[in-house]
Structures are given as structure tokens and as C-alpha cells.
Design a protein around this ligand. Structure first.
Ligand code: MG
Length: 403
């Protein structure tokens, strides 16, 4: 109570648990305290600045392509698995719910969640690793940086600028992590990595919502695919607690419903812990404005110690049992071969690229030589969906296929 009273005194604001109270906390990002867009635009007439950001993301080409990009399971393995698109929607849903209860900016949280994976290569992490290896001598490839590149440069839709011209806070949230070396080239969004500052609470929240979403849905998808079993998962405390609760409360419940009940309870437990722990930390720090969030020594949004451990245990299990399952590894090996071959073929002969890349190739290689050429090839490959990449591979390597 003492902390709550202090927080109220410092900020003139106190938490209420009514989710219909839309009043933003004084340290939330809002249109008034936003650092704005790179290119000045007149304010939207019927929306907030961050609603506009969200809408631009939803209407982007990169967002539509998420539908055919892998999360863990390659798109053609089945219609029921998560893709990057449904993953991003789940992150947005979890993020929004928490943003509202903590009186943070829901539209910003949603924008970051919907855009956070826009720079992902086809074939999930295997694709990212392969492309990063191909780009080792040319500045590397990192999907966070690429997501920012998509919204800052690669979308070509607007008359007045390249990219989507999003607000600083949305771009800052998309750039989840970044090496100091890369940060120097990024201007305003890179500064916090150099100055060791925190991003907005909305960015911190979208980051944890991402984790909650993928840990939970990978359990669901892994079980559905038969790559992991309930018996194995019962070694994981977070799963076993909820599983035992469900089968004891509903004896004879069909398996699919049991799994859904368990997964939704796992999400609920993590979300509840996140809300309670973050709220306690915010009250303790008693920030008065967004600058206090940025200069705080650590992130204020996060799990409590107990949940941090449970979460870590689940992650370790998934890494060992699911992400390194031999069937996932086989798919990763194929993905690696496709990405590496495409990269080599386009680097050896840029004339094989679609004609719209000709101009970019010319400008980039004049400016940055071979590294510039490599970046254009990486942008082309990173933008591909799983099935487009497979199609390109066939068109380039299978003599019987039309080109
Ligand atoms: Mg994600």
C-alpha cells in the first residue's frame, strides 16, 4: 500500500482494475509525448497516430506475406499450425489485453506486435541462420534489423517516402535488440542501445507477449504434430500443474479439449503473473513520465522470479524436444540448402533477379560495392514466403520447370 500511495502522489494516477477505464498512465506513450515520424505528415483526422501506424502495418505487403511464412512448422505441413501471421495476431491479442489493464497505449502495443516479425526470412530460424551465414562478410543478417528495414525502407507504397513512415515509438519497439556496432548506423532508434536505456513500457510488453505466445502455441502445435507427447511435457512444471488440474476437474474430457484447456491456462498464468509483477515494479519505481521509464536501470515489464524459472524450464524443454526434433532438423537442413543456393545463384549472376531489382542493384552496388549487391539479394530472399522460396529454387535449379 505504501508503494501504491507513493505512486499516486508522484504521478497523480493510480491503477484501477476496470478494463473499460481507458485513461492512459502518465508514463504511457501517447500522441502528445511521441517523438513523431521521420517525415512530417498532417495528423490523422479520425484516428490516433498509433492507430494509423497499426493500419499501415496491416495494409503492408510484408504483413500479408506472414501468412505463408513458417513459425516452426513449414506452411505446407498442415493448415492447422501457426504461421507468422497467426502468431503475430496472438501476440497482439495478448499484448493488447495487458496494455489495457496496465493503462498503457494499446494501439502502440498492437502495432509493435503486428510488425515485430515482418523481417523474418522464409523457413523460420533455419532461414535466418542460413541467410546470416551467407551475409557474414557483408554485414550479416538479423531479423529484428530487417523488420525495421521493411518499415523504414523496403515497403514501396507511398508517394512521399519509402517505407511506412511509422512513429519513433513503433520503430523503437520493432528493434527489440541490436548490437552496439549496428546501433551506431541507426540514428534515433539506435541510441538506447548505446546509452543503455530502456524502451517504452509498450515495447517491453510486446516483447514478453511474444514469448508468452510462442511458448504456449509451440506446445499446442508440437502436440498436434506428434513431435512431443503429453508424457514428456509432464516433466515441465508449468504444463504438469495445469494438466493435472484439468484432468482432475474434467475426467473423460477428449484429448484435444484437454490440451486446449491446458494451453489456455498456461497463457492465463503467465499473463496474470506478468500483470501482477509488472504492476508491483511500476508502483515501486513510481515513474512520473516516459523519461523515467527510459532511464530506469532495468525493464519494468516482466515476470516475477518464480514464473521466470517456470518459463525458462518450458523454453529449455521446447528447445531440446521440439526445435531439435529430427523432423524439424530435416526441414531446417532443407531450408538451409534452399536459402544458401538462392543466395549463391543471385550473387553470381544478378541478371537472374526479377527486373524490378535492377535499379536497386545498380544504386546499391555503386554505393557499397559487393556488400551493396549482397544486401539487395538478402532483401529479396528475406521477403520470400516459404512456398515462393521453394518455387524460386525449382525454377532456378530444375531444368524441367518453367522459369
Ligand atoms: Mg515473434
Amino acid at each position: 500500500m505504501q508503494a501504491a500511495a507513493r505512486a499516486r502522489e508522484a504521478t497523480g494516477f493510480s491503477f484501477v482494475t476496470d478494463v473499460y477505464d481507458m485513461k492512459l498512465a502518465p508514463y504511457a506513450v501517447c500522441d502528445e509525448n511521441s517523438r513523431g515520424r521521420r517525415f512530417a505528415e498532417s495528423p490523422p483526422r479520425y484516428r490516433s497516430e498509433f492507430q494509423r501506424d497499426r493500419d499501415r502495418i496491416v495494409h503492408s505487403a510484408a504483413f500479408r506475406r506472414l501468412e505463408y511464412k513458417t513459425q516452426v512448422f513449414v506452411n505446407h505441413e498442415g493448415d492447422m499450425y501457426r504461421t507468422r501471421l497467426t502468431h503475430s495476431l496472438e501476440v497482439a491479442q495478448i499484448g493488447r489485453a495487458i496494455a489495457r489493464i496496465l493503462h498503457l497505449n494499446e494501439d502502440l502495443t498492437e502495432s509493435i506486435a503486428l510488425a515485430h516479425d515482418l523481417g523474418h526470412t522464409p523457413f523460420g530460424h533455419a532461414g535466418q541462420e542460413a541467410l546470416n551465414r551467407c551475409m557474414a562478410d557483408y554485414g550479416g543478417f538479423e531479423h529484428n534489423l530487417q523488420s525495421l528495414r521493411v518499415v523504414d525502407e523496403l515497403e514501396e507504397k507511398y508517394a512521399d517516402f519509402n517505407g511506412l513512415n511509422l512513429n519513433f515509438e513503433t520503430r523503437e519497439g520493432i528493434l527489440k535488440h541490436c548490437a552496439v556496432m549496428d546501433a551506431r548506423d541507426l540514428g534515433d532508434v539506435g541510441e538506447r542501445f548505446i546509452n543503455k536505456q530502456q524502451p517504452s513500457l509498450e515495447a517491453q510488453l510486446a516483447n514478453v507477449a511474444d514469448e508468452i505466445a510462442y511458448n504456449s502455441h509451440d506446445v499446442d502445435d508440437g502436440l498436434r504434430a506428434g513431435l512431443i507427447s503429453v508424457e514428456q511435457l509432464c516433466e515441465v512444471n508449468l504444463f504438469r500443474e495445469q494438466y493435472e488440474h484439468v484432468i482432475n476437474s474434467y475426467p473423460g474430457l477428449p484429448r484435444r479439449r484437454v490440451i486446449h484447456e491446458v494451453v489456455r491456462r498456461i497463457i492465463d498464468r503467465q499473463v496474470s503473473d506478468l500483470v501482477d509483477s509488472s504492476r508491483a515494479r511500476i508502483m515501486e519505481a513510481a515513474p512520473g513520465a516516459i523519461d523515467d521509464i527510459r532511464s530506469a536501470p532495468h525493464a519494468l515489464i516482466g515476470f516475477g522470479d518464480g514464473m521466470k524459472q517456470l518459463n525458462l524450464e518450458l523454453k529449455r524443454f521446447l528447445r531440446k524436444a521440439l526445435y531439435r526434433h529430427y523432423r524439424v532438423m530435416r526441414m531446417s537442413a532443407k531450408a538451409d540448402r534452399v536459402i544458401t543456393s538462392l543466395f549463391e545463384v543471385f550473387m553470381n549472376d544478378a541478371r537472374l533477379l526479377p527486373p524490378e531489382y535492377e535499379g536497386k542493384m545498380k544504386t546499391q552496388s555503386e554505393a557499397n560495392g559487393v556488400a551493396g549487391r549482397a544486401r539487395v539479394v538478402a532483401d529479396y530472399i528475406a521477403g520470400m514466403t516459404d512456398r515462393y522460396a521453394i518455387g524460386e529454387y525449382e525454377r532456378l535449379f530444375d531444368p524441367m520447370k518453367a522459369t
